[in-house]
Design a protein around this ligand. Sequence first.
Ligand SMILES: [Zn+2]
Length: 80
Amino acid sequence: MSMNIPRRLTSTSSPPWWDTMADHYNEHQELVITVQCPHGHSAWLRPGEVANDGEVSPLVRCPLESCSFHGYLKLEGWPP
Ligand SMILES: [Zn+2]
């Protein structure tokens, strides 16, 4: 069971959401995908972690140690 995450529509969209950072590439020259957990903490995904239907694997854990959010995510509207 995965949690559907909508794409961010505006800068004030409430989390959770995902978006691409069009001007931001990682060291492998891959587009960086940013995700906010339901509590508004930022995480980053690699395109290789997202299947054609938007399913993310492996399990996503919020990088903030004090936050317990974790789950299987599906990015709505993928690919961008
Ligand atoms: Zn979090």
